[in-house]
Design a protein around this ligand. Sequence first.
Ligand code: COA
Length: 176
Amino acid sequence: MTPDGKYELTDVEFKEMSEDDAVRVFAEDGYFKYSKRTQRYSKLPSDGIFASSPSTHFVLFEKTTGKPLGVVGYSQYKNILLGAGIHAREDMRGKGIASLLANKLMQEKGSKLMVVSFAKEQAKNMYMRRGFKEVDLSKLPPEVVEELKTAEAKGNETLSKMLMLIDNWWGVLRGN
Ligand SMILES: CC(C)(COP(=O)(O)OP(=O)(O)OC[C@H]1O[C@@H](n2cnc3c(N)ncnc32)[C@H](O)[C@@H]1OP(=O)(O)O)[C@@H](O)C(=O)NCCC(=O)NCCS
């Protein structure tokens, strides 16, 4: 841990798993506040592309205890990746868990285009600091844009403004 109580990479390990397994490992540890996209999404359609595309998740475990601390994931649709959520365990927030998860997501996505929509300013800022930019909707498949517009019409007025993407990880490295 850092002197100010944040987790470091040496304190944790990642395991790659399906969304069902990610939900299960938290539930088995008595934590029920992380749920599947189909249950969690209220603005994006719960049976839509963002909610249902096949996904990969990375669960972060505390090495010493084996406790699941957080999870991040992405799904794949056509030639793009879609963010499938970032979640830090509620009683463990502010300890750098989401930072480690966001770094992992950046590594795993490689050079692929990824679209992430945000419900929280803190999460948006975290991704922007890692090089995400506001999306050019014309680069996305129209059915993805349609889904985002549906979500926007349901009342998430900031969604389209907050939609970010990055299509060149190496560009981010150079930008740092
Ligand atoms: C949003 C969430 C993932 C943050 O998790 P966390 O482990 O508490 O976050 P961290 O301690 O790693 O901090 C994350 C980032 O926010 C920054 N941060 C921390 N406290 C902050 C604050 N009070 N205000 C603004 N930024 C803050 C950190 O500097 C860090 O950014 P950096 O890695 O670029 O330096 C967590 O609150 C959560 O799981 N919420 C529920 C699910 C959710 O809302 N997910 C996002 C949906 S868009």
